[in-house]
Design a protein around this ligand. Structure first.
Ligand SMILES: C[S@@+](CC[C@H](N)C(=O)[O-])C[C@H]1O[C@@H](n2cnc3c(N)ncnc32)[C@H](O)[C@@H]1O
Length: 358
């Protein structure tokens, strides 16, 4: 047996004991018996010498994952299968009730369009994802944002229309995250990463007319964007904040003298509270708007899960409770193939693997 094997066995033994301990500990918390308490005391595991508690915990976690991953994957497969079945049922039900099941089909059709077009039709529309908000996000949110950018990259690559995408203020934690987890991003040919400090560094601040062609997208306004105009630049706030910073982008846009606008979401989506979308959804919607003959309804239909989309508005929007429902929208866990794009299989699955953060 090699030293490495011995190490693995040791960690394995410790992991099993540790798991027993955890069970016992839980039992203790529930007020376990004296015998259980004694067992717990006897089995107290000491962190191996030369290892920090943190490293040790990480190893235990890895060990536990190795032991349970097959079961986990199996459960995931079953869940996907069940979701597929549920969707088929929903389609059947909709058709039996004489309802239009097209929405249910469309959303998933888009997920299967995997072949990138050889050539893209020019739109003369540019999108800047303004990532100057780096310091307002915790590590988890930075990971979420990096996943959303990866998803936007994939959407851009697969779109039949060329909507330019710049990732701006890419010079702090977000960049570190990409370098660590998605290093192949520097081979992405269709997205530009800009390392400016402030948004205004890349705007024509001294040219009023040129500046009037920049529009900051925000959910916090009544100005509705009906069309994406050629030779205009639309700015998306590159932040995942779980609704912590209301008006953040609105205030920034106003302080820079930029136009603002929100997507015509309330006409097409059944949701409560503020209609705040994730950055990747906004970018995908813009691509899909072009692909669907400039029809927002169809674009929403393709990008957002069917249960959120209500087709053309036929009645007044429902009363608004406190929080947004759109935090439920899907997001991929992270890149899973060498290009750093979301994996085909997760895109092809019938239900989103994870619902999006915004
Ligand atoms: C998660 S939101 C950020 C919310 C942030 N608190 C703010 O002040 O905008 C990410 C970005 O997506 C865009 N966005 C989200 N929902 C939108 C909507 N309904 N209309 C237009 N843009 C939207 C905005 O650019 C927004 O900054």
């Amino acid at each position: 047996m090699s030293d490495k094997d011995i190490d693995t066995v040791k960690v394995g033994d410790i992991a099993s004991k540790e798991m027993e301990n955890q069970d016992t500990e839980q039992s203790q918390k529930r007020g376990g018996s004296d015998d259980e308490k004694n067992v717990f005391k006897r089995q107290k595991v000491v962190v191996p010498e030369g290892m920090t508690k943190r490293e040790y915990k990480r190893q235990l976690k890895q060990q536990r994952w190795e032991e349970t991953k097959d079961e986990y994957k199996q459960k995931k497969r079953e869940k996907k299968k069940a979701a597929r079945e549920r969707r088929k049922e929903r389609i059947k039900e909709a058709e039996a009730n004489g309802e239009n099941s097209e929405e249910l089909h469309n959303y998933h059709q888009m997920k299967r369009a995997k072949v990138a077009p050889q050539e893209q039709i020019s739109t003369d529309v540019k999108i800047i994802m303004d990532c100057e908000f780096d310091a307002l996000m915790n590590d988890k949110e930075i990971v979420s944002l990096s996943n959303q950018i990866t998803r936007s990259y994939s959407a851009k690559k697969h779109s039949t229309y060329d909507v330019q995408l710049d990732i701006a203020s890419f010079n702090k934690n977000l960049k570190k995250r990409f370098e660590k987890a998605i290093p192949q991003y520097d081979k992405w040919t269709n997205v530009t990463f800009v390392e400016n400090d402030k948004l205004e560094d890349i705007l024509p601040m001294n040219d009023k007319e040129a500046l009037s062609k920049y529009v900051y997208l925000t959910a916090d306004t009544d100005e509705v964007i009906d069309t994406l105009e050629p030779h205009h630049t639309y700015i998306i706030g590159g932040i995942v904040d779980k609704n912590r910073y209301k008006n953040l982008c609105l205030n920034k846009a106003q302080s820079l003298g930029l136009k603002i606008g929100r997507l015509p979401i309330d006409k097409f989506i059944k949701m409560n509270g503020r209609q705040v979308l994730a950055t990747s959804h906004v970018f995908e919607l813009c691509c899909k708007w072009f692909e669907n003959d400039k029809d927002w309804g169809k674009a929403f239909n393709e990008v957002l899960p069917p249960r959120k989309v209500k087709g053309k508005l036929t009645h007044e929007p429902e009363p608004e409770p406190e929080t947004s429902e759109l935090s439920e929208l899907h997001e991929h866990n992270g890149p899973s193939n060498p290009s750093g794009e979301p994996s085909v299989s997760s895109e092809q699955s019938d239900e989103p693997t994870q619902l999006a953060d915004n």
